[in-house]
Ligand binder design. Structure first.
Ligand code: HAM
Length: 445
């Protein structure tokens, strides 16, 4: 046997696993359609510079990049947002706004494979472009919640933590941090929950080099700001700053919209979230599971400058990505994965070569009419065929022996209670539809 295994962090999906992925994608698609989103797709392989210039440092370190045979520098996509921004940008002028698009594709990141993080994962992307106000942010956060609620999860299982890079930038400006250094300070804020005090102070000192702001005081103030958890607290911290007060009016609109739609229990204010990707400009958020390992299920935010940077018009945008890996772990933990049942509805048992032509004709017709049908490719005896029908997971058997064919009938047999009935071959399609809807009583005299 060959010992060539699949690569670390890449999954093989046997049918049982692929069925779960199918379920996940089905729920995502239904939720997006309910919000009027249309599905799109982009190439898996892209020019390297699409990501090195647009995604941000953390993702760039994780790129699966190489040179193709034509000498082009290329990369597997680590995310879909830059491709989306390019595609929308190229045709935006002719598109009715707002644009509501969703995609579900495999993304690739060279990360250390571990629980919840792999090198290849599926991700739902939902993005709304062409609307700058908080109503669009609320729509995207609502959709993110409904994508989780669609699986049977509740507010007891997840929380969407909302933060705001705009408010952070205005706060840092109020502390005297120059605009150029603000992004560097935010990457220190990103590490507040994980870093040691010593490392954080060092990083803050580097971030603030050349300014008159004292790093240890800045660290203290950022920590206090990051720990704000309510609008009232934010209002008191913003009382003396007009720019921050103006931004809080947008916060109120965002929260009021989500409240009216019934999502108050699903969300929380949490300014420790700043997001690693470089393109975010305004509200940002991450969905986390509650309890357990508290892993991120989804992340997103507003990126108003990206479409223009990729050559398109000035088009505001907001969206999120939701991965299948942590989501599946959570659904398994909460026993929310439905039983895998995609076996055939009917297993046609052909008893002897004489019955074969009639059986083949009928089963081909049944398949054309939409039934899921399997049959014995090779001749076999009844006990073996019953076993085969059970293994296939069929609900019913359809038996064709010499006497059935001579009488112009097929015998339907319930695999559950073994009851049987004869159905004229000319009547097969409506009779079997009735059997699926009502059970065997539909055909028993
Ligand atoms: P992200 O936070 O990098 O954002 O990824 C979003 C989600 O994808 C994560 O919360 C996680 O569920 C999943 N994910 C990311 N990396 C991995 C991994 N290595 N293994 C398993 N799952 C992973 C973005 O990708 C943005 N482009 C989202 C976005 C769309 N923003 C605006 N529109």
């Amino acid at each position: 046997m060959s010992d060539i295994r699949s690569l670390p962090g890449f999954r093989e999906f046997y049918p049982e696993d692929r069925a779960v992925l199918g379920h996940v994608m089905g729920v995502w698609r239904q939720a997006c359609r309910r919000y009027g989103f249309r599905e799109w797709e982009s190439p898996v392989l892209e020019p390297l510079e699409l990501f090195t210039e647009k995604s941000g440092e953390e993702i760039v370190r994780q790129l699966f990049n190489f040179e193709d045979k034509g000498g082009r520098k290329v990369s597997l996509r680590p995310e879909m947002t830059p491709s989306l921004a390019r595609m929308v940008g190229a045709k935006a002028n002719g598109m009715p706004k707002p644009i509501r698009w969703f995609a579900m594709g495999e993304n690739y990141r060279y990360e250390k494979p571990q629980k919840g993080r792999l090198r290849a994962f599926y991700q739902l992307n939902a993005d709304l472009l062409g609307e700058a106000g908080p109503a669009a942010d609320a729509e995207i956060i609502a959709l993110c919640s409904d994508c989780l609620i669609g699986f049977g999860l509740t507010q007891a299982d997840f929380r969407i933590r909302i933060s705001d890079r705009t408010l952070w930038f205005r706060y840092l400006a109020s502390l005297g941090v120059p605009e150029l250094q603000a992004a560097a300070v935010l990457s220190v804020v990103d590490k507040l929950e994980r870093g040691s005090s010593k490392d954080l102070l060092e990083a803050m000192t580097v971030a603030l080099a050349g300014t008159s702001v004292d790093p240890s005081r800045a660290l203290e103030l950022c920590r206090a700001f990051a720990n704000t958890r309510s609008l009232a607290e934010l209002e008191s911290l913003s009382a003396n700053d007009e720019a921050m007060k103006a931004r809080l009016a947008e916060w109120k609109q965002l929260l009021a919209t989500l409240h009216s739609m019934g999502f108050s229990e699903c969300i929380a204010i949490d300014l420790t979230i700043v997001r690693g990707l470089a393109y975010y400009t305004g509200f940002v958020f991450e969905a986390f599971e509650i309890g357990g390992e508290a892993r991120a299920l989804a992340g997103g935010g507003r990126y108003d400058a990206l479409v223009k940077k990729l050559g398109g018009p000035d088009l505001p945008a907001v969206g999120f990505g939701m991965g299948d890996v942590t989501l599946r772990d959570l659904l398994e933990l909460k026993k929310l994965i439905p039983v895998y049942a995609d076996g055939p509805e009917f297993y046609v048992m052909i008893l002897g070569e004489d019955a074969r032509p009639a059986a083949l004709e009928d089963l081909a017709n049944l398949r054309r009419s939409g039934f899921r049908v399997e049959y014995n490719l090779k001749d076999g005896k009844i006990p073996k065929l019953i076993q085969a029908a059970e293994v296939a997971g069929a609900k019913y058997a359809l038996i064709y022996g010499g006497s059935e064919v001579a009488n112009g009938v097929a015998k339907v047999r319930s695999m559950m209670d073994r009851s049987e009935a004869e159905v004229p071959r000319t009547d097969l399609v409506p009779a079997l539809r009735a059997v699926l809807a009502e059970g065997m009583r539909a055909v028993q005299p």
